[in-house]
Design a protein around this ligand. Structure first.
Ligand code: GLC
Ligand code: CA
Length: 578
């Protein structure tokens, strides 16, 4: 088949009724993916240069981090123009070319849209600052203080300061869920909803295939802004008054009616603080809101709920509980997206695996895990190479992302805490771990740039890079490609039921994925030591005529079907049951 026919064929496959379930999404953090002009910043033409690499992965969709014009205090999550490509990333022509190149290869393009807030440099906010009578004032949320020089209530933002900032000129405060330079839009204002709908329409008109909707469940707030009792919590206290707020379903349905329903669109909502019933409301198809909610709980497994900068050790039993809830207890027709790392998070192999002694093996085991779960998998660029956290960061100057810097500043400079302790916390968890440049080869610029990279390149590029893994049939990269292919070829791995087994085992994670047509058994050793396992007798019986689809050690099939077997650290097995 010619390449073009092949592409047409794949596009058709993607237009099925369940395309949102069948997608396998590759997150491109544009700034760090590939720099085409040597300014040290990844760009759209850089993505074009790597288009065949992306196609060879086998993913069906690419999600681009925000590419809109922005002062980049939060790297694009602070928009000043929803219809303009940031000059650092290229031009609208570059965008159109990229979109076409992806479509030619049967790959969807999902944009990031940031509907909850703009940059304070956005012309709307600049107008709003002119005073209460300005027509744009009501695009944002303004309140008087409490009369004693305090903000309207006691909520904190996700950067740990008050969620309100005083505008000296008018004496009123405006509300910000994130940084003070990211004022929240007032979604109760129909004009704001119309502006956002039109901005989304603009991209869909161009042929874009959908959106990752940033912070999708925070758009509607309890506008009485009561104080919260949750005063122990350092970041985002008060969030239960605006997550899944009073009109959220109405607003998402409205967006769906106005925009999404008019295109063959794919929408993923980023949402934290959601329970089963919330996700069911957001994603049951007959409710016509979003296609899926990105499940955030697994990636927060090490976070202390009162202070996200403090860590707690994670346990396999907890990970299993999270997955049981979202993969088994969720309504059959509702749907989630799954990820273990993204641009807000540390690297998957560095917290769930062992990136010191078993890096390659644990990265592969996690690849098998992510690609055999029920839900739509999202993988972050570099995950397919087993890229690790930036253990080489050692000073606060190494960090570029605002949340970590704000925490450091508050704790050390404002509250006088021990700089060493705070630095240690921040070095462990900052979001730059996942934002270091892609490691294409072992040259000085890692093949990412010929100039000075905007963020330091991980020195482990000499061992971990795409060029090296390309030709090694046993590389993490080639395992990813095989796993993605397997998932695409076998709908049971996407749509099948999820049935955990050996639930009490401390190290082994095993589950069945089944439809009427096919049954799969996945067995994973989540431990850095060899582990003994005995499968339940009914499962064992079914192994007698099973095939090893993708296994770290094929000889274990016999042992597992007969009785007890010893599995090597981070061993993985995907069995097709007869
Ligand atoms: C989301 C984004 C994150 C951003 C925040 C504010 O959580 O993923 O990167 O900082 O929203 O827009
Ligand atoms: Ca560039």
């Amino acid at each position: 088949m010619s390449k073009q026919l092949d592409a047409a064929q794949s596009m058709k496959q993607l237009q099925t009724d369940m395309h949102w379930k069948e997608n396998i999404v590759y997150e491109i953090y544009v700034r760090s993916f590939n720099d085409s002009n040597g300014d040290g910043i990844g760009d759209l033409r850089g993505i074009l240069e790597k288009i065949d690499y992306i196609a060879d992965l086998g993913v069906t969709a690419v999600w681009l981090s925000p590419i809109f014009d922005s002062p980049n205090r939060d790297y694009g999550y602070d928009v000043i123009d929803y219809r303009k490509v940031h000059p650092e990333y290229g031009t609208m022509e570059d965008f159109d070319e990229l979109l076409q190149a992806l479509h030619d290869r049967g790959i969807r393009l999902v944009m990031e849209i940031v509907p909850n807030h703009t940059s304070s440099d956005h012309p709307w906010f600049q107008e709003a600052l002119k005073g209460p009578d300005n027509p744009y004032r009501d695009y944002y949320i303004w309140r008087a203080g409490d009369g004693n020089g305090n903000p309207p209530n006691n909520w904190t933002s996700f950067l740990g300061d008050s969620a309100w900032k005083l505008d000296e000129e008018s004496g009123e405060y405006y509300f910000h869920t994130y940084a003070a330079h990211q004022p929240d839009l007032n979604w109760d204002n129909p004009k704001v909803r119309e502006e956002m709908a039109n901005a989304m329409d603009f991209w869909l008109e161009k042929g874009t295939d959908g959106f990752r909707v940033d912070t999708a469940n925070v758009l509607s707030k309890d506008m009485s802004f009561p104080d919260t009792d949750d005063t122990e919590r350092l970041q985002g206290s008060g969030e239960h008054f605006y997550k899944n707020g009073p009109h959220i379903h109405e607003y998402l349905r409205e967006l769906n009616d106005r925009v999404f329903s008019r295109y063959p669109v794919f929408t993923m909502g980023e949402s934290s603080q959601v329970e089963l019933e919330d996700v069911e409301k957001y994603t049951l198809p007959e409710r016509r809101e979003l296609d899926l909610i990105l499940m955030i709980e697994a990636s927060k497994i090490c976070d202390d709920p009162q202070d996200m900068w403090q860590s707690k050790p994670w346990k396999l039993s907890h990970l299993k509980d999270i997955m049981r809830k979202w993969l088994k207890d969720l309504h059959d027709e509702a749907w989630i997206g799954l990820y273990l790392s993204n641009h807000d998070h540390v690297r998957m192999v560095s917290y769930l695996g062992d990136d010191v002694n078993h890096r390659e093996q644990s990265a592969k085991m996690l690849a098998v895990f992510l690609m055999t779960l029920r839900g739509t998998p999202n993988l972050l660029q570099g995950e397919e190479l087993g890229m690790t956290n930036a253990h080489f960061f050692n000073t606060i100057e190494d960090i570029k992302e605002q949340q970590a810097l704000a925490y450091y500043n508050q704790r050390v400079n404002e509250q006088g805490e021990d700089p060493e302790t705070i630095l240690r916390r921040v070095l462990k968890k900052n979001r730059d771990h996942s934002r270091t440049p892609m490691q294409w080869n072992d040259e000085a610029g890692a093949g990412f740039t010929t100039g000075k990279p905007w963020q330091r390149i991980n020195p482990n590029k000499s061992e971990i890079n795409a060029a090296e893994q390309e030709n090694d049939p046993h590389s993490v990269l080639n395992l990813y490609r095989r796993m993605i292919r397997l998932r695409r070829d076998h709908p049971a791995l996407t749509l099948g039921t999820y049935e955990p087994i050996l639930d009490d085992h401390e190290h082994i994670y095993a589950y069945l994925r089944e439809t009427d047509e096919e049954s799969w058994l996945i067995v994973l050793n989540f431990s850095r030591t060899a582990t003994q396992v005995e499968l339940p007798s009914d499962v064992r019986a079914r192994l007698s005529d099973a095939d090893c689809a993708i296994c770290s050690d094929e000889s274990k099939l016999k042992d597992l079907s007969r009785g007890s077997a010893e599995l090597a650290p981070y061993a993985y097995f995907v069995f097709k049951l007869g």
